[in-house]
Write a protein that binds this ligand. Structure first.
Ligand code: 6PG
Length: 250
């Protein structure tokens, strides 16, 4: 079990994103106070866009020069593609804040060789977190915060049910074959997610309610990918709006 698991339910989606922005800033201030920097992995998909926009509007003059942004997963497309998680973050946050370009680490997912793109991003993480390159399995980066979403099938980042990356125990980043999309997705592995100081899941809307209940209260064999995110020495925070939490027994 993670050191702590908490579930926060906010009345509406705007309330949810305000609370998530405050939690982001609280975690950033704590990390910067303790170690002079804040390392965070951003999630993709549609849900976090409102959070990124809020951070850009309400915290435009925050200490972005002390914040280092990574991506928990990426689609196999160029950074200009509408499907690109990087593009979504760029449009909703990066273009509106003063963050040094060298503080933003995007996945070079335009590389047609997905395995090479994953290996490059892993090398970038090892360099940044000063991990010895690949020769000591079991050494994983410790992000201060990892943001995650959850898909209707219980996937998170690009760790989909029954996909090969779920069993990865030594790599940090892999090209995961996702049969239903007939493509690879570049994604952090579970050991990286579970090494974080804090993991924040964001889920909003009634269409997530069934899976939220299954993940937070269900016994699934095998466990769903979102259920396998259990930081070994960190905080697990589920932030939900009422609609997404509607089927939880409370
Ligand atoms: C991605 C995400 C993915 C996402 C879920 C939820 O690249 O798509 O990392 O894991 O968080 O699919 O997506 P929505 O927020 O769009 O529902």
């Amino acid at each position: 079990m993670p050191s702590t698991r908490s579930i926060e339910v906010l009345a509406t989606a705007p309330d949810l994103f305000h609370a998530a922005a405050e939690e982001f800033v609280r975690a950033a201030r704590t990390a910067i106070g303790a170690q002079g920097r804040f390392t965070v992995a951003l999630s993709g998909g549609s849900t976090p866009k409102a959070l990124y926009s809020l951070l850009a509007t309400n915290y435009a003059d925050f200490v972005w020069n002390r914040i280092f942004l990574f991506f928990g997963d990426e689609r196999p497309v160029p950074p200009t593609d509408p499907d690109s998680n990087y593009r979504m973050v760029k449009e909703s946050l990066l273009t509106k804040i003063q963050i040094p370009a060298e503080n933003v680490f995007r996945v070079h997912a335009e590389n047609p060789d997905a395995a090479a793109a994953a290996a490059d991003y892993e090398a970038e993480l090892r360099r940044f977190f000063e991990l010895r390159p690949g020769d000591r399995p079991g050494e994983f980066p410790r992000f201060d915060l990892i943001l995650l979403g959850m898909g209707p099938d219980g996937h998170t980042a690009s760790l989909f049910p029954d996909s090969p990356a779920l069993e990865e125990q030594s790599r940090l980043v892999v090209a995961n074959w996702v049969a239903k999309f007939n493509t690879h997705r570049i994604t952090f592995t579970l050991p990286v997610l579970n090494r974080a100081a804090e993991v924040m899941f964001l889920a909003s809307g009634a269409d997530k309610a069934d899976m939220v209940r299954q993940v937070l209260e269900g016994k699934n064999t095998p466990p769903l990918p979102s259920q396998r995110v259990q930081p070994s020495d960190g905080k697990l925070l589920w932030m939900l709006d009422e609609a997404a939490a509607a089927k939880l027994t409370r």
